[in-house]
Design a protein around this ligand. Sequence first.
Ligand code: MLT
Length: 311
Amino acid sequence: MFRVLVSDNLSPIGLKLLEEHPEIELDYQPEIHQDVEALKAALQNADGVVIRSGTKLTEDVLTGQERLKVIARAGVGVDNIDLQAATRQGIIVSNTPDGNTLSTAEQTIAMMMGLCRNTGPASQSMREGRWDRKLYTGTQLAGKTIGVVGLGRIGLAVAKRCNGLEMNVLGYDPFLSEERADQQNIELYRDIDELLVKCDIVTVHTPLTDETRGIINAERLAKMKKGVRLINCARGGIIDEQALIEGLESGHVGGAALDVYVTEKPGANDKLASFPNVLCTPHLGASTDEAQEQVAVEAADIVCNFLTKNE
Ligand code: MLT
C-alpha cells in the first residue's frame, strides 16, 4: 500500500478517489500544515502528498523526506513548494493547471466590475441605513482600455471576457505568438512599459517569480495614466504593495481590486483594505465548488497514477 498525506482541505470528491483506491491508504490531516514539526513527521510516513496553498513545503520540511516521491498541488501556483529542494530529493512536483482557470478569470471580472461600480462600499452604505446614489457613481467598462499582464490560461480567459464587455484589450506576454493574440483580439505588446501607459485598468496574471516580483513598481505606476485602476487576482507581490499604497495616497492610482497579498493572514492587509477605493477579498479566485472539485480530482489522479503505475 502507498500512503498519501493530504495536508490541506480538499474537496470530498478528491478524498473519495484516494480512499477508494485499492493500493492507497489515505492520511487526511487538513490542519497539520499549521504545525511544521507535525507535518515533517507525517511526511516521513508518506509516499505522496496532496496540498493546496496552506502547506508550505520549504527546504527545511523536505530535507530528509526519504519516503516521499510525489507532491501534487491542487491548484496552479507552486510558490509554496521549494522546487529545488524537491528536485534534489528526487521528488516529483505537479500542479493542476486547468481546474482553476475559469473561476479565477470570473473572480477577476467580478472584482473589476465591483471596483468600477463601487459595489462594496455601496452595499455597506445600505447596511448602515443610507441611500446615497451620488456618492457611488461609477465608471463604465465598455470602451475602456485594459492591459492584461501575462497571457497564460487565466490571462487569456480574462482577455476573452473583457472583449465580451467591449473593452479594448491590450496584452503583455513575452511568449504568446502574434497569431494567437490576433485570434483572441488582443493587441500584443512585448514591452510592458509601452502597454502600461495606455491603460485605464491593468490586471496581472503572471506567476510570482524573481522576474515578476514587483513588476508593477513605483516607477511604472508613476508613468501610468492618472486614475489607473489595478487588479491582482494572481499572486501577492506582483504589484509592489508599498508602491500601490503610495499611489493610492497621492491619488495617482484611482483604485485597486486585490484578492492576493504578500502576507495572507488576518490583519496583515489592514492598510490596503482601509482605502475606500480598494476592494479586497481573501484569496477567493479558485474558491468555487466547481474549481475545488476539479483540482481535487486532478491532484488525486496525479498521485494515484504516479505511485501505482510507476512501480
Ligand atoms: C492557485 O494557485 O491555484 C490559486 O491561487 C488557488 C490556491 O492557491 O489555492
